[in-house]
Design a protein around this ligand. Sequence first.
Ligand code: FES
Length: 175
Amino acid sequence: MLLAKFKDEVEEILSRYPVKRSALLPLLNLAQREEGFVSEPAMRDIAKVLELTPPQVFETVTFYTMFNLKPIGKFHLQVCKSLMCALVRSDDVVTWISKKLNITPGHTTPDNNFTLSVVECLGSCGTGPMMQVNDDYYEQLTEEKVARVLEDLARDGVCSLKSGPYMYPIPLSQS
Ligand code: FES
């Protein structure tokens, strides 16, 4: 049982809410943090703790795109494809990544390093095209920036570019 391993954390999360079911999203986050995705046993576990049915947990997991239903790579590349990013050629970002990693959206590289997804608006509409990599945002993307992010992550496990909108005014050579 996944949650049994995190008894104290689960209790702390439950203590934040007057109604148990309100803790559903934080517990799903915990499960995904630990396993990289939300497995069926984890969903059953969470349902039991929150006194929900497994389908109630499942329908929440499938509603939010931030939850993964299967294992993903070490770095999850999520490219926004919604209107504002589409207008500034987010489709090019997908093409650059696909070309560089030889994968299409929904797939993971054979070394399990990268998974590519296309997602709806990530709330950074003024600085597109953009992508989220795990917890970091990379914005105003160019082919050069995308290459640098992917190469840094593959080589060092961290990116030398600053994430977030403040990366934009900084010339690439100084970042
Ligand atoms: S449209 Fe891409 S972040 Fe909102």
